[in-house]
Write a protein that binds this ligand. Sequence first.
Ligand code: HCA
Ligand code: CU
Length: 401
Amino acid sequence: MQCAPFRAVFSIIDSTLREGEQFASAYFDTESKIKIAKALDRFGVDYIELTSPVASEQSRRDCETICKLGLKAKVLTHIRCTLEDARVAVETGVHGVNLLIGTSSQLMRHSHGKDMDYILQAVTEVVQYVKSKGVEVRFSGEDSFRSSLADLLGVYSLADRLGVDRVGIADTVGCASPRQVYRLVSTLRGVVGCDIEVHLHNDTGCAIANAYCAIEAGATHVDTSVLGLGERNGITSLGGLMARMVVEDRASVASRYRLHMLKDLELLVAEAVDVSVPFNNPVTGSSAFTHKAGIHAKAVLNNPSTYEVLDPADFGLTRHVHIASRLTGWNAIKARALQLNVHMTDTQYKECTGKVKAMADVRQLSSNDTDDIIRAFQHCEQDGQSSEHFIPAINRKVPVS
Ligand code: HCA
Ligand code: CU
């Protein structure tokens, strides 16, 4: 069945410098915040969200500094829905503020202790204040998926009537399934006229799928962070969202975002928070474009689209055909042999493949081992030695790569 693509119309609010700062090992000094903000801007994210200026004196100064960088991306800060926070936020020079207050019974009872009437009053006052300062404003109900739907729709339609630029749905605890996200965004789409932002945690591994379903249902803005960094195990990752949306609408996504920069951006942030890029990360994981089984390798060598839904070249990356294993096939061995300038008959390539497989049954091979076997096999053939007496050149110790 062919998937029907849709036009991917969405904006990215990257929250590496807000949600990402809540990641366990994150510590961003001013210099690294500036570097990351500039890199995100060059990548092309539409918004950069910063930690609340009320969090600390340095957070406030950093917010001002980043606002003055003259980035193309709009700079937002994320604050509690109070006049005190809003006053400090608008003074920093941000383009917009993202307001938040818990709307689930858990958070109303155990976090801020306020009821719905208080929330409606706070939203009215704070939205009116921020708008009077000519600053963009979004209102979000924290823990939206565990909030009463009636409460949620009530507060969002109030915010819409007050003229917010966006309302936000937050899956704060990462409990939502793609279908629930689709349903809530569709319902909200029918209730408010303003834009809809989504913020989706990854506790059950659904953050990218949830973002995708939100866009399908009419969400206009998606919160991301580089590598998905955030509280606990984080939110929708920028790279994962890019991968998903490139599959849907390559032309539009590749024209809006500098996909070639993704790897360097991830390395920059990974280093800043002292983690490595996961081996199975979308796009940039070490094996994301590695093909191993003989059947896969053969087809990919004929036409990469057989087993690749993303083109590594779109991200400035290259594919790798892994030949050093018992799963390899003779087409892959032949392709590698030709790269090594080893020319033989197809029968010989097939025999040589048999040698590689036999050796891979004995121990794990490296690419160098396999190259050695191919070369040694050719010499053996040239010298007219029977392959019965073939002794692979890998008896010496070679590090397994
Ligand atoms: C937080 C809460 C938040 C806010 C999301 C939003 C969440 O950690 O401060 O404002 O949309 O996950 O609910 O990140
Ligand atoms: Cu969050």
